[in-house]
Design a protein around this ligand. Structure first.
Ligand code: SOE
Length: 381
């Protein structure tokens, strides 16, 4: 079995989720590779050491530049805030590493395009982590749609709702700073809904959207006064898909009671599917059969359902963390076949163009085309 050395940049929530995936993947999936949790990198030396010990990394480091340049590293996994994705990805591509990057790909279209150009120029495998594609029930929905069981797709209705910043005293963490996060609910969680929309229905041609910030000033995490919130707390968009389908996406961190409510419903001429992450092992399916049979719920835990054969017997349910394990299993499969993994950085650019069009529409108060999204924003060329 060939070993592949992984370097993880960032060790907070996503870094923990990715560490678990790298640890578990070889124990359940037969990918032909043994990923080695070689080195985890973060700026705070004491904290990154603690993270390395807890998460199972052999080494820890504080300078990503040194880590990415190491000849013994095969895969660079980027789990940092959005403002550092660009330089890390450029360096990783130049060093000919396989690159996995957390979503959204970048903070602006211009940055995302530079990242795509770099991996294409270097000819390295690249993957964006939109883990929800890899919930078995979502992958099953994709199979059902691709088989034509829903007929012509007409509607996509996506919501991604959380409530973790509803308290105005919640501090202005990095996710509430445009310079670090790019946008608010739109990029953080709306990007997941939009990725599912593109994955399951198709490319988006134009959007009408608006963004809103309810709490514009918050206490700074240092405890030293307050600071402005310059990203959206909530985002809405209507979508016209290139294939004629219509859609809507809502993303909010102010939906009291909703913790990680990532749902979508898709309606086609012959049937519909509905998914809710908080019941992630289930897919609701309606097939129009003239008998008013209604929706039925499929428990997507049979060995025949995507990814499930690697795990437990039917009914022994999977959780959030498995979606990341499936992501890295598919990345390792791509390393083996050298077929481009999906979603790729090209998908990341496409997603970023939709985010940008929604922001433009919120400013112009008009429908905005996605394809003409210009390179703009706080990009650093
Ligand atoms: C935000 O709260 C967040 O952690 C996102 O950044 C993740 O992508 C999402 O999976 C869960 O929520």
């Amino acid at each position: 079995m060939t070993s592949l050395n992984v370097a993880l940049i960032g060790y907070q929530f996503m870094g923990r989720a990715h560490s678990n995936a790298w640890r578990q993947v070889g124990r359940f999936f037969d990918t032909g590779y043994t990923p080695v949790l070689k080195v985890v990198c973060g700026r705070n030396s004491a904290e990154v050491e603690k993270a390395a010990n807890q998460l199972g990394w052999e080494e820890h480091a504080t300078r990503w530049e040194d880590v990415v340049a190491r000849p013994d590293i095969d895969i660079v996994d980027i789990c940092t805030p959005g403002d550092s994705h660009l330089p890390i990805a450029l360096a990783a591509a130049a060093a000919k590493k396989v690159v996995l990057c957390e979503k959204p790909l970048a903070n602006t279209v211009a940055e995302a395009e530079q990242m795509l150009a770099a991996v294409e120029r270097a000819g390295v495998l690249n993957m964006l982590c939109h883990n929800y594609r890899r919930c078995p029930a979502v992958a099953l929905a994709k199979e059902i749609i691709d088989e034509g069981q829903l007929g012509t797709l007409r509607h996509f209705r996506g919501s991604y709702l959380q409530d973790w910043i509803v308290d105005p005293q919640f501090p202005r963490v990095w996710r509430l700073e445009k310079a670090r996060a790019g946008s608010g609910a739109l990029g953080d969680i709306g990007s997941h809904s939009l990725d599912l929309a593109r994955y399951l229905v198709g490319d988006i041609a134009e959007v009408s959207g608006f963004l809103h910030t309810f709490v514009k000033e918050r206490p700074l995490p240092s405890g030293d006064g307050t600071g402005p919130v310059d990203v959206d707390d909530a985002a809405y968009a209507h979508l016209r898909f290139e294939n004629g389908a219509l859609g809507s996406v809502e993303a909010s961190r102010f939906a009291t009671g909703r913790k990680n409510y990532n749902t979508f419903e898709i309606n086609g001429s012959k049937g519909s599917v509905r998914f809710d992450l908080e019941r992630m092992n289930e897919l609701e399916l309606y097939i129009e059969d003239g008998k008013n049979s209604g929706f039925r719920t499929i428990l997507a835990t049979d060995a025949k359902h995507p990814y499930v054969a690697a795990w437990w017997p039917p009914g022994h349910i999977l959780g959030y963390e498995h979606s990341f394990t499936h992501t890295v299993a598919d990345l390792l499969a791509a390393v083996k076949t050298q077929a481009p993994p999906s979603p790729s950085f090209a998908d990341g650019v496409a997603n970023q163009r939709v985010l940008d069009a929604i922001e433009r529409s919120s400013e112009s108060r008009r429908w905005e085309p996605v394809s003409s999204s210009p390179a703009r924003g706080n990009d650093r060329r």
